[in-house]
Design a protein around this ligand. Structure first.
Ligand code: MN
Length: 368
């Protein structure tokens, strides 16, 4: 990865535009929050106006706290008013660059991700998929290092705020550095000189909210073990509780001796009323290619090393007169589907993708 070249190209693309809409798609997690913020600070430095827009509000107190503590200017809005006001849009930390109501209206200037790439027919000025980085925040930390050392000076406070947001993004996406790659470590080596340790400490120490604990208990009651896979449905949950699915899957793969943990729920959206099946996958086995595995089940999902998720729109069933019956159907179908995949998928099909990567010293990944 030639960071000098990648940074120059990023600047060249940005300077083509006077205004940029930075879109956060899906649930705002620390990685997308940190990297969108970093991109906005670069825009500000270049005199490009920007708006960070996110359709979903953060549900975890940690994510709310990082935004509040660092004053990250994110607009939470269902849709963007007058999209044409912006010259182009950017999307980070998401597999697809397609955004309904925006793609096709204004051009996509920037798409940067670290999940396995998908095929898409969208013109993008600057597209980077860096699977050897544990987060998109890693990429932006290296860009900031390059900019600040060789190209443009940021004021101290901006450097502290961006470094803190990026460090937290890397921390969460690498499971507290457990899965940090050589690029992540290089990025951390630089931004840890500036990041505000007090803020990181305070945020890391926020306990799990009560609703997560309540749902963990429900998942423990409902869990099924099948040939080293652990599968747990947790029923209907409110949209504001959606992050608990991934947290429980993290927790299961850590606490139980399973090769894969899958946790799923039906997410209820209030306005307008809608339903969605959401499933999170976690593994500690670096040989399981979750992206391939998930794509056997659904097109609307994907993964990267150790983590993955998929969603299925169930809006049609929102009219169902019997919620219990609907859950029973969704749960039994999901469990049956996963068991079938566990039985049938030749493991060779989902294994091997990462064989070109050596696991070194239990911590550092390096390309051959
Ligand atoms: Mn990420």
């Amino acid at each position: 990865m030639d960071i000098n070249e990648l940074t120059n190209e990023l600047l060249r693309v940005l300077l083509k535009y006077r205004s940029l809409l930075i879109c956060i798609k899906g649930s705002p997690d620390p990685d997308v929050i940190g990297s969108s913020y970093a991109l906005s600070v670069i825009c500000g430095k270049l005199g490009i106006t920007y708006r960070i827009s996110c359709a979903m509000r953060p549900s975890l107190p940690q994510n709310k706290a990082i935004i509040k503590n660092l004053n990250i200017p994110i607009y939470f809005e269902e849709s963007v008013e007058d999209v044409r006001k912006y010259d182009a849009y950017a999307i980070l930390d998401f597999q697809s660059a397609q955004i309904n109501g925006i793609s096709g209206i204004i051009p996509c200037a920037i798409h940067i991700d670290h999940h396995d790439p998908i095929e898409e027919n969208i013109d993008i000025d600057y597209k980077q998929v860096i699977v050897e980085a544990g987060s998109v925040s890693t990429f932006f930390a290296l860009v900031f290092k390059e900019l600040n050392q060789n190209k443009m000076k940021f004021d101290k406070q901006a450097l502290i705020n961006v470094s803190t947001a990026l460090l937290y993004g890397i921390q969460v996406d690498t499971d507290s550095y457990k899965h940090a790659t050589h690029l992540d470590l290089e990025a951390l080596n630089y931004i840890s000189n500036y990041s505000d340790k007090k803020i990181i400490e305070c945020i890391t120490e926020i306990p799990l909210p009560g609703y997560v604990l309540r749902l963990i208990v429900r998942a423990l009651k409902n869990k099924t073990e099948y040939k080293s896979w652990l599968i747990a449905g947790i029923g209907f949950i409110d949209e504001s509780e959606r992050d608990s699915i991934a947290i429980i899957a993290d927790n299961f793969v850590e606490k139980f001796n399973c090769s894969l943990a899958v946790v799923f729920a039906i997410i209820e959206k209030k306005k307008p009323y809608g339903l969605k099946l959401d499933a999170s996958f976690r593994t500690e086995d670096e040989n399981i290619n979750l992206n391939k595995l998930i794509h056997i089940i659904s097109d609307s999902g994907g993964g990267r090393k150790f983590k993955g998720a998929y969603q299925v729109n169930l809006d049609y069933f929102a009219a169902s007169p019997d919620k219990d019956l609907l859950w029973e159907l969704v749960e039994s179908t999901t469990v049956a589907k996963l068991k079938k995949i566990r039985d049938e998928a030749q493991l060779s099909k989902i294994k091997g993708f990462y064989s070109k990567i050596i696991y070194r010293a239990g911590k550092i990944f390096k390309s051959q």
